[in-house]
Design a protein around this ligand. Structure first.
Ligand code: ADP
Length: 625
């Protein structure tokens, strides 16, 4: 976070205005209801104060029963009406506030969903996002807090204007000549009292703001404390950790680590030391200054009334009005200080929201060809991951034959998955070109291009949603087709035991009756999802290492049957799984070092494929080609 002291008020305002603009588009009702509620809350006390003053003046003066009755009635009706309107406005505001409650999550989530994949993978982007969450968690700082500033400013301005309006006559009403207290009529007193009022108004909030500044001093420590709390505090709920924790008797150790790093409440932590020391003292000083100086102003009001400048009712009016005036000023100044403090945290939010989408988006459409005659070519493609100095792919040249079965094999880390990520345009090549039907893939519309691929990635993810929605990727879908895809993927038997068929909830995260599925079952669902998409290219990244070579080979050959007329691409470090393919590309250290059919490749005794085949042969049932 940027040092708050370096931020000008202008910059702080600009950041806050930007936050308001973002929210205005999403929830205008939140602003309108807050505006009316705060205006009303600020001004309505003055109406009550003024009516009470009239009533007391009448009581202490003429005591005309008719007049008294009139003021009592006005007081009652106005009191009831004000409460009613105030209640309605507050209720409306709370309704709008709850509607808008999770909007900041939505703002960040939408950004995350639309960000270039390459940026999602960047550590810096993740750091920014987790910093935003931590800022919100430990101090409520960020976009959401700027909404509170809006209401507070409205309240402050309205309270100040109302207070000034009811206090002006304090200086205009004169103590009658002849009284010793007539000296209070001297303009110097008026100047002195106004000066004192300004001092009260500014000195108190200035001390409070000074105290507030310490929040940014402890930001780093508190964020860390909160991180520890989030990690250790929620650890006990994580089922996956429960076994390890018990097996290795880690419970005690974990509690000790957590307590030792408790930066939020431990007596030696910076946060607690500052609360005991300067932060707490500034806050107390703010309160003292206000109370003592306000006493002096009230004394002035009482002395003027004593001298006969106005009745006792007006004393209540001035005391009430001045109290509210101070409240308004201090709310205004505190809000200004808070706006500045929060603006420092907003910087992180905007850095995240402003991550640009650098991927070039073309306008060509990939024709939906019924013959699926797509041809993809890698032309001298090289690639480095963002922030990495080493080549993950180097000078890759390859063409896929349409409708063919292509295998990408090689040892772990040889670049197979990277090759697929480039093919699906999750990243753009650092050098070289990828062509679809002879045209650079960057020139196609991104959604259109990505639509021609179905990939079952190694680390695919399913959602805690009904089975059918997982397969179709949508809430309303073709149930027959979803069933057909699940059957083809070999899931029929398991589904027969599922209580609600396609509507069975997967996992227990969101539903007690959710069904847990094994790794192999999850993969079948993921394959069904790829089939449902019905894209011309279907890609199977190597299944989890948990599968043994024979099971993997079975999945691959079954996949081969269900892939039909699609261009299927298989990835594996196990050569036996792919030997049926029309063409096999052997990756090694980021380059394609051999290409051909299994028979050709295994016959080349000097080649890598031959070496890998015989190195792995011990695992297969059939030991030779
Ligand atoms: P394979 O799929 O053949 O196991 P990968 O394509 O996953 O290999 O990896 C190729 C190389 O790129 C490896 O050296 C790996 O460490 C590196 N790599 C993979 N993913 C990333 C990433 N997100 N950032 C940086 N380097 C990566």
């Amino acid at each position: 976070m940027e040092n708050e002291n370096k931020l000008t008020y202008r910059e702080a305002w600009q950041r806050t205005l930007r936050a308001w603009k973002i929210y205005w588009k999403l929830c205008p009702g939140r602003f309108v209801s807050d505006l009316l509620r705060c205006l009303f809350q600020a001004v309505s006390p003055y109406a009550t104060i003024w009516i009470s003053a009239q009533l007391i003046n009448e009581l202490a003066g003429n005591r005309d029963p008719q007049q008294l009755m009139k003021w009592v009635l006005i007081q009652l009706v106005a009191g009831a009406a004000l409460s009613l309107v105030g209640g309605l406005l507050t209720r409306w505001y709370h309704f709008e506030r709850s509607n808008a409650a999770r909007l900041d999550d939505r703002i960040y989530m939408e950004k995350m969903l639309r960000m270039d994949y390459a940026d999602i993978d960047r550590q810096h982007v993740h750091d920014l996002y987790s910093q935003i969450l931590q800022n919100e968690n430990w101090g409520g700082f960020g976009l959401w807090m700027s909404l509170d500033h809006f209401g507070n400013l409205i309240y402050g301005v309205a309270a100040v204007l109302g207070g000034v309006g009811l206090t002006v006559s304090l200086f205009l009403n004169r103590v009658p000549g002849g009284s010793a207290l007539a000296v209070l009529n001297h303009p110097l007193f008026a100047v002195g009292i106004v000066a004192l009022m300004l001092l009260i108004a500014f000195a108190g909030p200035a001390c409070t703001n000074q105290s507030q500044k310490y929040w940014s001093v402890i930001a780093e420590d508190s964020r860390m404390g909160n991180r520890y709390f989030s990690f250790f505090g929620f650890m006990a709920h994580q089922r996956k950790r429960a076994v390890d924790l018990r097996m290795y008797r880690q419970q005690e150790n974990i509690c000790d680590v957590y307590m030792a790093r408790d930066d939020l409440t431990s007596p030696d932590s910076l946060r607690v030391r500052l609360c005991r020391g300067p932060q707490g003292l500034w806050l107390a000083a703010g309160q003292c200054v206000s109370v003592v100086l306000t006493g002096v102003v009230y004394l002035f009001v009482c002395l003027k009334a004593w001298g006969g400048a106005f009745g006792v009712g007006s004393v209540t009016q001035y005391v009430g009005a001045i109290t509210n005036l101070f409240l308004g000023i201090s709310r205004l100044l505190e809000t200004m200080g808070n706006i500045r403090t929060n603006a420092g945290f907003l910087e992180t939010s905007y850095e995240f929201l402003d991550v640009p989408n650098n991927m070039y988006q073309g306008s060509l459409t990939t024709e939906k060809r019924s013959d699926r005659q797509y041809e993809v070519e890698f032309r001298d493609v090289s690639f480095k991951y963002p922030g990495s100095d080493t080549w993950a792919l180097r000078h890759v040249n390859m063409k896929f034959r349409v409708g063919s079965r292509l295998a990408v094999v090689g040892m772990n880390g040889s670049g197979k998955t990277t090759f697929i990520k480039l093919l699906c345009r999750l990243y753009d090549p650092t050098e070289g070109q990828i062509l679809l039907n002879g045209i650079d893939i960057r020139k196609y519309r991104y959604d259109d291009y990505i639509g021609i691929f179905s990939v079952v990635f190694q680390d695919f993810q399913l959602f805690a949603m009904p089975l059918g929605e997982n397969v179709a990727g949508a809430a309303s879908y073709d149930r027959e087709r979803a069933l057909d895809c699940l059957n083809k993927a070999g899931f029929a038997e398991r589904m027969a035991s599922m209580p609600h068929g396609l509507d069975t909830m997967l996992y227990k995260d969101l539903d007690e009756e959710g069904v847990e599925v094994s790794g192999g079952e999850a993969q079948k669902i993921a394959i069904a999802r790829a089939l449902y998409k019905d894209a011309p290219f279907i890609i199977l990244d190597e299944p989890t290492a948990a599968l043994d070579p024979i099971a993997e080979a079975e999945i691959y050959s079954k996949f081969n049957d269900i892939a039909g007329d699609k261009t299927a691409i298989y990835i594996s470090h196990r050569l036996s799984s792919c030997k049926f393919c029309d063409e096999i590309a052997v990756f090694h250290e980021g380059s394609v070092i051999q290409q051909g059919t299994h028979t050709d490749l295994v016959a080349d005794e000097n080649g890598k494929y031959h070496e890998l085949w015989y190195a792995q042969a011990q695992y297969y049932t059939e030991k030779t080609a």
